[in-house]
Design a protein. Structure first.
Ligand code: ATP
Ligand code: MG
Length: 190
């Protein structure tokens, strides 16, 4: 957390937060192994995402004052009460964004439940006064950063897990890299 100093009379702590999904333990280890293989087999050079940090962002909220957290929890509680369903996320592809040198894993077909959850969140957050970037949602799980790739292999087998909850996560930049801490969890109906 840090202190904003825009107005010296009102100093408020801020947090960098985003809504996300964390793959199940097995899938997260498989995805991490995949990133390791990309490096080991010289497909790509770059910084591998730590296993515990492997995630799928739903909505990036950004820097918010600590006093805004209650509003974020309220938005999420209301969405939870609207009865969103659990769904399978199936990773089938590895891709590379040259412009930001990111290697990521993604799915062949975006589950409608995921599209629904993201658009419901975006809409509810905007209504609650949060200003979001207007980028089209592209589900991606970052595997490597600062990457340079020769070529990318096809995935031998899909990596899948059942998404049963979504989270609000605090992101802190430390000398050891990004540290993500869940500060709220909401279940999806099974
Ligand atoms: P770093 O920025 O130091 O590389 P990071 O990207 O891991 O660290 P954050 O920048 O806090 O950490 O981002 C948290 C998550 O939100 C990541 O999945 C990131 O890709 C995503 N994200 C960050 N900024 C945006 C943005 N402007 N729009 C959409 N998603 C974003
Ligand atoms: Mg970032």
């Amino acid at each position: 957390m840090r202190i904003t100093e825009r107005n010296p009379d009102i100093r408020e702590e801020t947090l960098r937060v985003f809504f996300a999904i964390w793959p199940g333990d097995v899938a997260r280890v498989q995805l991490s192994g995949l990133a390791e293989q990309l490096r080991g087999k010289s497909f790509c050079s770059g910084r591998k995402t730590k296993t515990e940090n492997i995630h799928l962002t739903l909505v990036f909220v950004g820097e918010v004052g600590a006093s805004k957290l209650d509003a974020l929890y309220r938005v999420a509680d209301e969405i939870k009460d609207s009865g969103m369903s659990a769904f399978d996320f199936v990773v089938e592809k590895i891709r590379y964004w040259k412009r930001n040198r990111i290697v990521y894993a993604t799915t062949g077909g975006i589950p409608p439940e995921l599209t629904g959850l993201v658009s419901t969140l975006e809409c509810a957050l905007s209504t609650a006064g949060f200003v979001l970037e207007q980028r089209t949602y592209k589900p991606h799980i970052t595997l490597m950063r600062d990457a340079l790739c020769q070529t990318l292999p096809e995935l031998a087998e899909p990596i899948a897990w059942q998404v049963r909850e979504w989270m609000l996560v605090k992101s802190e930049q430390t000398s050891g890299g990004s540290v993500y801490t869940p500060i709220g969890r909401w279940p999806l109906g099974i």
